[in-house]
Design a protein around this ligand. Structure first.
Ligand SMILES: [Cu+2]
Length: 141
């Protein structure tokens, strides 16, 4: 009896893992890194440079803030316009960590399936890191 329920648990875990993997791309957990900074129509632009994200060094926190409704498609392009330093990007639950060298950009699209406040931040240590860990994605119910 014990071993049977253990087997069922393992199968359920495997099935869950498979579903998550299959579903991940539509959640926007990945994106595209390219050289240069190009903002396609409809994309929210986040500029990473020596002033943080969208000049976050000179804003009160949280900054930047992106507000959407549940079920909306979010399109973000992050441009690292810092002439020297790499910067990272990540949004809890929605975007996996990515690293951009100077001059690179990252475009991602995802659907906001879960309401809540999600931290948006630089995923690597950089010279202005303290100003790049206070971004917020607000998904209204
Ligand atoms: Cu950083």
């Amino acid at each position: 009896m014990v071993s049977r329920s253990l087997v069922v648990s393992i199968i359920a875990a495997l099935a869950g893992g498979t579903l998550l993997t299959a579903y991940a791309p539509s959640l926007g957990l990945s994106g595209r890194v390219t050289n240069g900074c190009d903002r396609p129509a409809g994309y929210t632009l986040l500029v990473a440079d020596e002033n943080g994200y969208n000049d976050s060094m000179h804003h009160s926190r949280p900054w930047p803030i992106i507000q959407v409704s549940r079920g909306e498609t979010v399109k973000i392009v992050v441009c690292n316009l810092d002439p020297v330093s790499p910067h990272g990007f990540e949004i809890n639950n929605y975007v996996n960590p990515v690293q951009l060298t100077a001059g690179q950009s990252f475009a991602t699209t995802f659907v906001t399936d879960r309401p809540g406040n999600y931290s948006m931040f630089c995923s690597i240590f950089c010279p202005v890191h303290q100003y790049m860990v206070n971004g917020l994605l607000v998904v209204r119910a």
